[in-house]
Design a protein around this ligand. Structure first.
Ligand code: ADP
Length: 241
């Protein structure tokens, strides 16, 4: 495995009023790795993703990518530092077709693309994510999995080093799930580093190099999928004991 640390979070703390959502969280992500962020509902996973992507600022702690401290930077600056994300509820522009949706993403890059260059890059990206045939279909008319592909494409348009997937594989039928897993694996093979919040065990076992497990805002395990899923503390947390 590549030993270069791409992302490092340390001492991360976030409270909402009296509720501590994230408590002294700390983990590293190596370049090229897929890390699963697991834990029961309400354990703080989405808050961690929001703290990394700049949707929220931590009360304490640090987020560092590629040696650069990005803690509390506004979301657009964090995206220019190489982090892109998808959302639990798919966010595409329903009235625009797939090419236009990707072009809108390309305009937000550090080195924005416009006009013919954007059009060409959008078609290439749609091909890469398996949407070449749907290029001119309005996003709102796509199937659910294709909307998910498109949202992923919009994130990839930003040319991230680190991709944050928030339950990207949730709600797919078994054959769509296999296609979704294959696409994430392809992105990893292309060199992308990924953090995924995920509940789908097949996806976790087949994709994640490592899993960080949270419970009540705190990290309770960090290891391979097999290690963490057989850890008694993790099993207890999931069973709500
Ligand atoms: P998970 O993604 O693991 O389900 P979250 O990070 O969404 O967990 O939530 C962690 C805790 O923080 C939960 O108790 C949730 O209710 C609370 N929480 C999350 N966001 C907010 C917010 N904006 N305001 C108040 N409480 C919040």
């Amino acid at each position: 495995m590549n030993t270069e640390i791409l992302l490092s979070i340390s001492g991360l703390h976030k409270a909402f009023g009296g509720l501590i959502a994230v408590n002294q969280m700390q983990f590293d992500v190596h370049a090229g790795e897929i890390v699963g962020l697991l834990g029961p509902n309400g354990s703080g996973k989405t808050t961690v993703m929001n703290l990394i992507s700049g949707a929220l600022s931590p009360d304490e702690g640090k987020v560092v990518i590629g040696g650069k401290n990005i803690t509390s930077l506004p979301a657009h600056k964090i995206s220019h530092s190489g982090i892109a994300r998808t959302f639990q509820l798919v966010r595409v522009l329903p009235d625009l077709d797939c090419v236009e949706n990707i072009e809108a993403g390309l305009a937000y890059r550090t080195n924005p693309l416009w006009g013919d260059a954007a059009h060409k890059a959008a078609l290439e990206l749609l091909d890469r994510i398996g949407l070449a045939k749907q290029a001119h279909i309005p996003a709102g008319d796509l199937t659910y999995i294709d909307q998910k592909r498109l949202e992923l494409g919009r994130a990839l348009a930003l040319q991230p080093k680190l991709l944050l997937l928030d339950e990207w594989l949730a709600g797919l039928n078994p054959s769509e799930l296999q296609d979704g897993i294959a696409l994430v694996r392809k992105l990893k093979d292309e060199g992308l580093t990924i953090i995924m919040v995920e509940h789908v065990m097949d996806a976790i076992r087949s994709l994640c190099d490592r899993c960080v497990v949270m419970n009540a805002g705190t990290k309770i395990a960090d290891g391979t999928p097999d290690e963490v899923l057989s850890d008694p503390e993790v099993v207890r947390a999931y069973l709500g004991d």
